[in-house]
Design a protein around this ligand. Structure first.
Ligand code: ZN
Ligand code: ZN
Length: 471
């Protein structure tokens, strides 16, 4: 309908244009003038605010790497509680849950023949160990996971399966969506074929000799095969060695791990109580991988959302809705905190008006995406209008809301996402290079400003985002 009107305007005289520019119906949502002034003030203050940086520096320096279920993650929870309390958040608590634990012990790889030299690897989370001393096997290379899936089930017994699939660099990180499939996929396909061990080219875009780790899952009823990621330059190296060898290339992979059946993790929660018990849920995940200090993944998300909520708390009077900040536990190892929360809060999910997680680094926000009921889409324009001055444009309505929000989204909670520029995110993601120096303080402040504005609007704008027949 809108397209027709616009086309008419282009073709016909001023009558058509006048029709296209008719005022919006009175029911279109809008902020009051006072609310609009508050949004602008929050953005102005966010752009000057250094709390997010202070939190991120503190977390990465005083805690550092914080693998889900580890003693470091427990220290991070205590850190989160102390920070939220000091900042004046209410109902600060840890909601604990149990989880299995995995950590790497030692890992190494080397070409044994014909060109002996070391390869840089990182075991994937949940990988089983190799036998002591490692396993030496002839390498069979597959260009993609799909090629491996298409390969026969016989003829690979005792081999090293190498999936050399390259990940595309994109602004919105969509290249990761399909590249990440090889983490579990390569291990399971290798196991199905009786291979001895598997290596993948990292699901990441770093040019450094820094492998990208990440979680993987074995399917049931297979004999697990150990698996690690090669750094991109080392995947190049192995590929070139195979091209030049003129015969078999043999590689030794040595992985040892420690596991525990049950350890404790938890979600750290703090609130800015509103005038109603309706909830706007925001946050980032507190755990990180063990290789870097977890600055961009996801210390930044924790810092941005906490600082944004604090800015709103500094306004006079309570927000209309309660703003709940969650520092999610054990995200990297399987969204375990997210699942625990969705279960524990199942009976109050109807009071969750909107949910969102910041978990895509610390780049500038460039797009506002929604997961609203169609009938509530006009409300998205209120956010889009307010965020425009930050260089943030409108996005589609298929947002997932962020990893830890996934179970809530599935349960019908509407979501939004402030999409960050991820052009270089996957240079750092899950590597030892994920450190504080990679974060641009100005971009971090732009994030805080955008989050403060969006969360304030979510709190104050009347009406919800669910389809009316879903209530
Ligand atoms: Zn993350
Ligand atoms: Zn991650």
């Amino acid at each position: 309908m809108k397209i027709l009107v616009t086309a008419a305007c282009a073709v016909f005289t001023s009558i058509g244009c006048a029709y296209a520019q008719a005022p919006e119906p009175a029911s279109a949502p809008a902020l009051t003038q006072e609310q609009q002034r508050t949004v602008d003030r929050l953005i102005d203050e966010g752009l000057e605010d250094d709390l997010a940086w202070e939190l991120l520096e503190s977390l990465t320096t005083e805690i550092g790497p914080r693998l889900g279920g580890s003693p470091a993650e427990a220290r991070a929870r205590d850190w989160g509680v102390a920070k939220l309390k000091a900042l004046g958040f209410k109902n600060v608590r840890i909601e604990t849950f149990e989880m299995p634990y995995w950590e790497r012990d030692e890992e190494s790889a080397r070409i044994v023949s014909p060109f002996p030299q070391e390869l840089k690897i990182s075991a994937l989370g949940n990988s089983v160990a190799t036998p002591e001393g490692g396993v030496t096997a002839e390498v069979v290379r597959f260009r993609t996971l799909l090629d491996l899936q298409d390969a026969p089930l016989e003829g690979f017994e005792g081999k090293l399966i190498f999936v050399d699939e390259v990940m595309a660099r994109t602004q919105d990180g969509s290249g990761y969506g399909w590249a990440v499939a090889k983490r579990s996929g390569a291990a399971n396909e290798a196991a199905r074929r009786g291979a001895a061990v598997a290596l993948i080219r990292s699901a990441g875009t770093s040019h450094g000799r820094t492998p990208h780790t990440g979680n993987m899952r074995y399917e049931e009823d297979i004999t697990p095969v150990p698996i690690a990621a090669l750094s991109n330059p080392d995947a190049d190296l192995l590929s070139l060695a195979m091209r030049r060898a003129g015969g078999p290339v043999n590689v030794n992979v040595n992985i040892s791990v420690n596991t525990k059946t049950v350890v404790e993790s938890g979600n750290v929660i703090g609130e800015i109580p509103g005038k109603t018990d309706e909830i706007i849920l925001i946050g980032g995940h507190l755990d990180s991988w063990d290789l870097g200090t977890g600055a961009v993944d996801d210390g930044a998300g924790v810092a941005i959302t906490t600082a944004a909520a604090k800015l709103i708390d500094e306004l006079r009077g309570k927000p209309a809705r309660t703003i709940r900040v969650i520092m999610w536990g054990a995200e990297e190892v399987g969204l375990l905190g997210a699942q625990a929360y969705a279960q524990a809060h199942a009976d109050e999910l109807h009071r969750h008006v909107l949910a969102s997680e910041s978990d895509f680094g610390a780049g500038r926000v460039w797009q506002f995406r929604t997961g609203f009921a169609e009938e509530d889409l006009p409300k998205a324009q209120v956010y889009q209008k307010a965020l425009r001055r930050l260089g943030i444009g409108p996005g589609h309505n298929m947002a997932g809301g962020g990893p830890d929000v996934t179970p809530l989204r599935r349960a019908g909670v509407p979501v939004f996402r402030l999409y960050q520029d991820g052009s270089d995110y996957f240079d750092l993601h899950h590597t030892m290079e994920d450190t504080l120096d990679k974060v641009d303080p100005a971009a971090l402040r732009q994030n805080v400003a955008a989050w403060a504005a969006a969360v304030y609007i979510a709190s104050e704008l009347e009406g919800d985002y669910r389809a009316s027949d879903a209530e």
